[in-house]
Ligand binder design. Structure first.
Ligand SMILES: Nc1ncnc2c1ncn2[C@@H]1O[C@H](COP(=O)(O)OP(=O)(O)OP(=O)(O)O)[C@@H](O)[C@H]1O
Length: 308
């Protein structure tokens, strides 16, 4: 549905895209994640025909954006929620867009209802909060009921209630069979909603995989053990050929060994323990492992700490 292949793009001396290649399948939410400056917005702008690549192509349903007749029926995008005519009401903003593509006021009212803008739609958009602007932008994206949805940082400026709503909306759009591409520089935002992630750094793809697979790979058979005898537990596990580290007075971390084996070794040696938990990596951990060193701007210590 979205096919990005070999995109290269420079802005003067800056390489923004360096062979960006991935696809977004129908019926999935694909997270498009990477640190600041990784090339997410440039890729999205190229897909939407707002920037031309130096090399490569980006297709929607097999065609470049410029060749889509009535593009709002093929792709809906939220790119810059602030791009509004402030003196126009939200509804008039949508009406103008709808009329430009041969759609009726009925489409506009359906989209307003979908995003929960309600009576605010009759107020001037200049007075909208960022969260309301985001909703108006999403209404615009949904006007033509398109099979492909692209959202650049849709969670920006949303309050917690808005974020929950947005997560539900993205899931339901994918459940309806649409191809949904969502960019974010915060991987945690995508936990629980993305089926697939494309992780990018310095203009290229670092990882492109199902979320389940990435999390399983990063979880590394890590096990956390609660025990009143951490030194004994670590010693017994070492003797059994297992890497174990005393983390604090009650906790031992074990790596490379499944939880079941840890239980067996401790049980046989008679070491007391109250809890054995198999660690499941968060998306944030996966992301930090993949992007370490790839950020254009990177904080020192907190980043390093988070990677351990
Ligand atoms: N119009 C432009 N002129 C010059 N450089 C640009 C332009 N647009 C993007 N760049 C540069 O291209 C690189 C990629 O930027 P891009 O905005 O695509 O990254 P991003 O992943 O979307 O980052 P962010 O999360 O900060 O939005 C950066 O180095 C950026 O400074």
């Amino acid at each position: 549905m979205i096919d990005v292949s070999g995109l290269r793009k420079r802005f003067g001396p800056t390489v923004a895209l360096d062979g960006m290649t991935f696809t977004v399948a129908p019926g999935t939410v694909t997270g498009f994640v990477g640190p600041n400056g990784a090339g997410k917005s440039t890729t999205i702008r190229v897909i939407l025909g707002l920037d031309a690549p130096d090399e490569g192509h980006a297709l929607i349903g097999g065609k470049p954006y410029a060749r889509l007749p009535h593009p709002l029926h093929h792709v809906g995008a939220l790119v810059d929620a602030a791009a509004l005519q402030p003196g126009r009401t939200g509804r008039n903003h949508l009406l103008w867009l709808a009329h430009s593509q041969g759609m009726s006021a009925g489409h506009v009212d359906t989209a307003i209802e979908l995003v929960g803008l309600g009576r605010a739609a009759r107020r001037k958009a200049g007075g909208y909060s960022l969260g309301m602007r985001q909703r108006l932008g999403i209404a615009a994206a949904m006007l033509g009921d398109p099979p492909v949805i692209i959202m650049d940082e849709p969670f920006n400026g949303m309050d917690p209630e808005g974020i929950i709503w947005m997560r539900g909306l993205l899931r339901s759009l994918a459940a309806e069979g649409r191809a949904v591409l969502v960019s974010s520089h915060l991987m945690g935002e995508l936990q629980g909603i993305a089926d697939h992630v494309v992780v990018v750094g310095r203009g290229r793809v670092l990882a492109n995989a199902r979320v389940e697979d990435l999390v399983a790979r990063a979880s590394d058979d890590q096990v956390r053990l609660r025990t009143s005898a951490p030194d004994d537990a670590a010693a017994v596990l070492h003797r059994a050929g297992t890497a174990a580290t005393v983390a604090d007075a009650y906790t031992v971390t074990v790596s490379g060994t499944p939880a079941q084996r840890v239980v067996e070794v401790l049980g046989r040696a008679g070491v007391p323990f109250s809890e054995v938990t198999a660690h499941r990596a968060t998306l944030e951990e996966v992301y930090l492992r993949l992007t370490g060193g790839e950020a254009e701007y990177q904080a020192g210590t907190p980043h390093q700490e988070a990677r351990r």
